[in-house]
Design a protein around this ligand. Sequence first.
Ligand code: GCW
Length: 663
Amino acid sequence: MSAAAPDPAWLPAPAFRALGSRRVLVAGTGSLADTVHTEVAAACAAFGGAAVRAAEPDGLVQGCDLVFRVRPGHLGELGTEGFYLRRADARTTVTAAAPHGLLHGLFHVVRLGEAAFAGRRPRERHRPALAVRMLNHWDNVRVHPVMGQVERGYAGGSLFWRDGAARGDLDRVRAYGRLLAASGINALAVNNVNVHEEEARLLTGRLGEVADLADALRPYGIRTHLSVTFAAPVVLGGLPTADPLDEAVRAWWAETTARVYAAIPDFGGYVVKADSEGRPGPFAYGRGHADGANLLAGALAPYGGTVHWRAFVYDHRQDWRDRSTDRARAAYDHFAPLDGEFAGNAVLQVKHGPMDFQVREPVSPLFGAMPRTRLAVEVQATQEYTGQQRHVCWLGPMWSEVLRFRPDGASRVGDLADALVAVSNAGDDPWWTGHPLAQANLYTVGRLGWRPGADPHGILDEWIELTFTPERTGDPGRLRDGLRAVLRGSWRTYEKYTAPLGVGFMVQPGHHYGPAVDGYEYSPWGTYHFADRDGVGVDRCRATGTGYAAQYANPWAELYESPRTCPDELLLFFHHVPYGHVLHSGKTVIQHIYDTHFEGVEEVEEARRVWASLAGLVEPGRHARVAERYEEQVRGAREWRDHINSYFFRMSGVPDAHGRRIH
Ligand code: GCW
């Protein structure tokens, strides 16, 4: 496959058949209405329908099977992105209050296929629950000596930059924007939150490159954002300080931001990683995070922009001997006291768990603790800690658990948040995501942002139906069942053969792929499991541990406080227990470790078998790529199983109750 023809992913041409074989009216003005018309016209040219274009629908709807129209009067009920869908008198009508809603309506009709044109359909309202559904690209302009072109990227190079220069493949960027729009994404930050020297210049000298990307993404309703360094006034502006309360610093940000908006009128705003893992921030000047965020919010406010300020702030130079410092506590300790101090156009971007995208973590206690602050939930579509797109690990169920978590027992995280942000897993790979099945993660992010309460299995089915439309001529039932079988449970399978019971971080240092139980045990990063001959886990309870459990409201604080009530899957996150501790499942911790690791490998072997059985039903190139990755996943899962089981057998001396081979 050439770079010019990347995989169509969830928008293969035949997915447009139902719509494209109809007579379709697109009524509305502006660039997004033009996009809808272009899409409809292309589909109709391919499948024999007819596309009619008008500013107003009057008099033209007769004889049309599908009508797209704008009714600004519905803005209150629909917002700019929502739409009504209705079918009556043999005509399907998508009504939006603004053209952006028409675009979402278009992709909804595509998802429905023939069902959009059958029977009657009383008016349904569709409207995104979260205003912002954003991707963060951790793309570098220059190849970083350690992190490469894309930090934690497992899908080839960057879509935007190569070896220090803009790639200039704007058709590919446009195609990417189209896919993202069809999943519900409406915002994208183009560069790594670790803003190095060259990347800093995207804000000033290289702004034109960002404007080009914004031009390519705009037709699909995606606003462009930029990660900036807090030290920009010093490194770019030549000022002696970046102190957020300094007048010259304020003026510099105001002028710089004005120039950004002159180049990109609908610019979304800034993303900032400050005072985190060595990045500059307000602490250097004795100022707080609200001072820092509000400085940038102030510069963006006149233009309607937003600053996404990351809450990933912790001590990455801690002494492993010091048992009182707990990295899990850090985000809450830093930010909860600042509730109410952030500007209205500042969004605090919080990783979904208190640590760092591990396969199992509790939900961050910041959700629910900052009622007067706008919050974004940050998830990681790029599978840094979940198999790096060599392993199948569909994260929909995990993200859904986060979004449905009720911090105070009442409202859900998905209702409390303003935005869902995902670190992108896409690159210049022909399948976009390295592993073709990792496309399901990218698709799921957008759909969950639209509807955080949605059943993730329903989203997965949508992805399957759309992506494999061309293959549906074979044996669609068997193909769908096979895909469900390998994807639905893949997150839990991954959890089974890797770090057990929420303990986290047993990966090889640096690149984070593959097992190293003690890889971070004596490191400064604050990621320890404290295994010894008697037991394992981190005591984070209030009574005897670090007190992290008390950062939650009830019922959670109480539930997590005691090993008797703590859910099994988080036991080692909250408690240090003996290997003989009996779980709610009835098994001891050590036997659970052995059993899940044997099972996890068996599940991967079974998934590989199921995938092999789909040969002939899936396009050969795609089938081969996935089959090849399954070989690596099976190898990797066995490696994990044997490391973990041997380690805990040697530590505990407790044999496996079933006498299986442990090394
Ligand atoms: O998970 C860690 C990653 C870093 C990343 C950091 C962050 C961009 O290992 O590569 O840096 O999180 O989220 O800032």
